[in-house]
Design a protein around this ligand. Structure first.
Ligand code: FES
Ligand code: FES
Length: 160
């Protein structure tokens, strides 16, 4: 294995961040193990569960499928950047109000993915929400509470 590390300068949740990483390390590895941003979860490491969802230059991606070196010069948003200081994002509040989580492993990924949907479509139908979130797996909730929380958050955000 190569011992050579790459220097990466990127933006994470609006902050300039620099780190060293091996060429084979994923963005998820670096977020969790080097930068201690452990909100993004590791479920499958193969792009199947959505637990590691983050935004890369405004596009929803699985952090386990992105090499950390690929983020050089780019912008990453993680679940840690969703709340505004102490104030939760409406999606985060609605997940709590609707009890849309149990073990919580899937929750950061759902929140990041749902925000990506509402950023591009503030008034999705239930079917659109279900299709959009099809890449995020939850083995606890049965999905209905998650979908209701997203629709409720969308309605609140449209009203404000
Ligand atoms: S850990 Fe990345 S999609 Fe499952
Ligand atoms: S709350 Fe446990 S996997 Fe979704």
């Amino acid at each position: 294995m190569s011992k050579t590390k790459s220097h990466v300068a990127t933006t994470i949740n609006g902050n300039n961040v620099e780190f060293l990483c091996e060429p084979r390390q994923t963005l998820l590895d670096v977020l969790r193990d080097e930068l201690h941003l452990t909100g993004s979860k590791e479920g499958c490491s193969s792009g199947d569960c959505g637990a590691c969802s983050v935004m890369l230059d405004g596009r929803l991606v699985c952090a386990c499928l992105v090499l950390a070196v690929e983020t050089s010069g780019h912008s990453v948003e993680t679940i840690e950047g969703m709340a505004d200081g102490e104030e939760l994002h409406p999606l985060q509040r609605k997940f709590l109000e609707h009890s849309a989580l149990q073990c919580g492993i899937c929750t950061p990924g759902f929140l990041v993915a749902a925000k990506a949907l509402l950023d591009r479509d503030p008034d999705p139908t239930e079917t659109q929400v279900r299709y959009w979130l099809a890449g995020n797996l939850c083995r606890c909730t049965g999905y209905d509470k998650i979908v209701r929380a997203v629709l409720d958050a969308a309605a609140e955000m449209r009203a404000n």
